[in-house]
Design a protein around this ligand. Structure first.
Ligand SMILES: NC(=O)c1ccc[n+]([C@@H]2O[C@H](COP(=O)([O-])OP(=O)(O)OC[C@H]3O[C@@H](n4cnc5c(N)ncnc54)[C@H](OP(=O)(O)O)[C@@H]3O)[C@@H](O)[C@H]2O)c1
Length: 394
């Protein structure tokens, strides 16, 4: 086991970058030091301690002493570029970017295998919950049958603040003020962020590597107080649940707002907290819970990756092989609630079974079963005012 000190070059000194540096400096036992911090804005003054501030990526990528780059920017193009260059020049890399990892996972795994270097990204999935570590170690010899989670801190914060009486707009503003919602929250609200994380989890849980866009996702952009009232009337709360499971040797996966019964553990996951439930064939259910966003919780996940590299570790991707289960393209059927403007009654025809229809306040609320492909078509037509919520299954 290697114990040589790591010399690190960091990209980004925002929310996560500052949290990481603060924890590294406070943690005298970590055999690692940050030599450079690369940022973009030359006007801003900042405290990077003993590290050198730079605005040039090449200052890090050409420094022979730097053995590890830590990528914590919000610039996906820069992130992918510096990760590739780091691996190709014999360095290890750490990133917090789920978008970059999820959208380029096949390439990044191949690059690690061909260069013998490691890319770690614990912070990218549910921040402070060590779920990738758990999948790579404890569950590497287990057949994971199902993984599901509340993976987006912003939407969970909005949903739970709405339960407490806040408007969606106020809840989003508070999440942004506290540093766990991006300035542009579109990826959170559309379900893209949770889909990136699910894509990454699927690779480590099942060995299944897919493009994120192949996974069906729906967010809470159109969520209305009426939907929350409906949830309360059936003894539920709403949570955005990302789930993937093995069915007949293939993986089904989706991200959907879901009615969760109040007595289910996911209903107790509030604010910026995330949770992941892993079901193994031999070991049954496990529930991991922790903060899914924020400066120090996310900084801690980055520090834990640094410590892993100090010990000489990387991901084994033991389940990623040509025999790994593929994503199912079967005609899955979902039980859902759909609220839509009454001007779009034709949507009813897309259901194959109707359980209830209610109208009022200019909206129709339908419950019934629908084929996933029909639902995707219905939502893919750019219509406003459609909110889907999966009926309880948890
Ligand atoms: N915030 C969270 O709770 C959280 C949780 C999990 C994962 N993440 C992920 O962590 C990453 C960082 O998020 P954050 O919230 O820390 O973002 P942030 O607060 O907006 O900070 C972004 C940092 O990136 C720097 N940057 C942007 N473009 C750059 C460029 N071209 N060259 C050098 N530096 C550049 C910025 O520099 P300036 O300071 O000069 O503007 C800033 O320091 C993202 O991938 C995010 O998805 C965040």
């Amino acid at each position: 086991m290697s114990t040589s000190p790591l010399t690190i070059g960091t990209f980004g000194h925002g929310c996560v970058g500052q949290g990481f540096l603060e924890l590294l400096n406070a943690n005298g036992g970590t055999a690692a030091q940050v030599k450079h911090v690369c940022v973009k804005d030359r006007q801003r003054t900042r405290d990077v301690g003993t590290a050198r501030l730079t605005y040039e990526a090449l200052d890090i990528l050409t420094d022979e002493q730097v053995s590890t780059i830590v990528e914590l920017t919000n610039d996906a193009d820069l992130a992918l570029d510096v990760i590739r260059k780091a691996l190709l020049t014999g360095r290890n890399a750490i990133t917090a970017s789920k978008k970059v990892v999820a959208e380029n996972l096949a390439e990044l795994i191949a690059l690690q295998r061909s260069t013998g270097r490691s890319l770690l990204y614990e912070a990218s999935c549910a921040a402070s919950i060590p779920v990738l570590h758990a999948l790579e170690t404890h569950f590497s010899g287990e057949r994971v049958e199902r993984i599901e989670g509340i993976l987006n801190g912003t939407t969970n914060y909005i949903l739970t603040r709405m339960e407490e009486g806040a408007s969606p707009e106020d809840a989003l503003r508070q999440a942004q003020e506290q540093g766990f919602a991006e300035t542009d929250p579109t990826a959170d609200l559309r379900g893209d962020d949770a889909r990136y994380k699910l894509t990454i989890l699927m690779a480590h849980a099942f060995g299944t590597v897919v493009e994120p866009k192949r996974i069906f996702r729906c967010g809470i952009r159109q969520l209305h107080q009426q939907d929350m009232d409906h949830a309360a009337s059936i003894g539920c709360v709403v949570r955005v649940v990302a789930s993937a499971q093995l069915v007949n040797g293939k993986v089904t996966a989706r991200v959907l707002p879901t009615f969760v019964p109040r007595n289910n553990a996911f209903a107790q996951v509030r604010h910026e907290y995330n949770a992941v439930r892993i079901t193994g064939r031999h070991s049954g259910e496990h529930l991991l819970q922790g903060k899914g966003a924020g400066r120090l919780p996310t900084g801690l996940a980055v520090l834990s990756d640094v410590q892993r590299l100090v010990r000489g570790g990387g991901y084994a991707y033991a389940k990623v092989s040509k025999d790994a289960p593929v994503l199912s393209d079967s005609q899955e059927r979902l039980s859902i609630y759909l609220r839509l403007p009454e001007t779009h009654q034709e949507a009813i025809q897309h259901f194959d079974q109707l359980h209830s229809i209610e109208a009022g306040d200019g909206h129709i609320r339908i419950t019934g079963t629908i084929a996933l492909a029909e639902l995707a078509e219905l939502l893919g037509q750019g219509r406003d005012g459609f909110q889907v919520i999966a009926l309880p299954h948890l």
